[in-house]
Design a protein around this ligand. Structure first.
Ligand code: NAP
Ligand code: 8YV
Length: 316
């Protein structure tokens, strides 16, 4: 029996490809997308998306037989879910398997930023320790109040891990949760009351640039902003200006508005610690994400149901 056709957008590990090849005829999206889609678009029923620009509505429209999009990653803002739902295409993602590692990243990035470790590393390597003496003092986080924007799966894991650092955790989201942390229904109010703001909120229209100038000014000159959610949540121009003016103390960022392009003005700022979107990037976590992304496709093929559909597709 012939195998159903699957399109891989972006990359997959050798392990994932081997498992996909066993069930599907796997096509990799080539450079010349239009020619490929004109020739094969009608055959494709399954898509796995891992970067590569995601799955916008215009691409979905060129796949008339599409049944499911398996997103490698928990955040699915690069998939046009509204079009998928309208077309009765299931979208799945990879929740929970990355909570631990991304929460670790948030905390490592916070500590690195607060303690100036990137600069201290450079201070030693450039010979300044021997030449100029001890590196400047930094600030610890004990006794700080930490506000989490987006106390979801990863946000909650981050809050729980923060307990050992002697900080007071509070949070903001659209709804109050049954958790032992103080809830703010307004982001600016929370920013005014905290020393550190950690964003682990998803991308998309409802969060676009909600960390704006007003929020940054409320956080203030001693404040620290950590973003491990999505770059689109922060007004990046306002962030650069706030860091340049000293209206915001420091920022630690794993995600950016237009990845992998990071504004030179941000790169030039000494009070910004920057990572190339590596929140989940360990061998173990990426393997678990790959396994779940593959299982969503193979389970759908076998049973008509994905293992971890996104909330909008749970009833499909
Ligand atoms: P989740 O469980 O769905 O949590 C998302 C949280 O954000 C929820 O608490 C939600 O609460 C809140 N939220 C959603 N829309 C909001 C809005 N408009 N205003 C305020 N709060 C809002 O998701 P997760 O699994 O924790 O993942 C969170 C995000 O992390 C992903 O979507 C992804 O973008 C990002 N991520 C980044 C990396 C990385 O490598 N840096 C890795 C994994 C994930 P309410 O519904 O109550 O508002
Ligand atoms: C991945 C992520 O880096 O899961 C997410 O939402 O942002 C990260 O875990 C990304 O999805 C891989 O392309």
């Amino acid at each position: 029996m012939s195998k159903p056709h699957m399109l891989l957008i972006g990359n997959a590990s050798a392990r994932s490809l081997e498992r996909l090849d066993a069930v599907f005829t796997v096509h990799r999206m080539p450079e010349d997308r239009d020619a490929f889609l004109a020739q094969h678009g009608g055959d494709i029923e399954y898509v796995m998306a891992s970067g590569g620009g995601g799955v916008p509505g215009a691409l979905m429209e060129k796949l008339p037989g599409l049944k499911i999009v398996s997103n490698y990653g928990v955040g699915y803002d690069s998939v046009d879910v509204a079009t998928a739902v309208r077309r009765k295409v299931v979208v799945s993602h990879t929740p929970n398997v990355l909570n631990d590692e991304v929460a670790n990243t948030a905390i490592m990035l916070l500590l690195t930023t607060a303690r100036n470790f990137v600069h201290d590393n450079q201070y030693l390597r450039s010979g300044r320790w021997a030449k100029d003496g001890d590196a400047p003092l930094s600030r610890g986080i004990a006794g700080c109040r930490v506000g989490i924007l987006g106390l979801g799966r990863i946000g909650l894991a981050t809050a729980e891990k923060l307990a050992v650092f002697g900080v007071d955790v509070v949070y903001h989201g659209r709804s109050k949760r049954d958790v032992p942390y103080h809830y703010y229904d307004d982001l600016t109010d929370m920013a005014r009351d905290v020393d550190i703001l950690i964003s682990i909120a998803p991308g998309g229209a409802s969060t676009l640039k909600i960390i704006n100038r007003e929020v940054m000014d409320a956080l203030g000159p001693e404040g620290i902003l950590i973003n491990v959610g999505r770059g689109s949540v922060v007004d990046e121009d306002a962030l650069i200006a706030a860091l340049q003016d000293g209206r915001l103390g420091k920022a630690g960022l794993d995600v950016f508005a237009n990845e992998p392009n990071v504004p030179q003005a941000l790169i030039d700022l000494p009070n910004a610690t920057l990572l190339p979107h590596v929140g989940s990037a360990t061998v173990e976590t990426r393997q678990a994400m790959g396994d779940l992304a593959v299982e969503n496709l193979t389970a759908f093929h076998a049973t008509g149901k994905a293992v971890t559909p996104v909330p909008e597709c749970r009833e499909m």
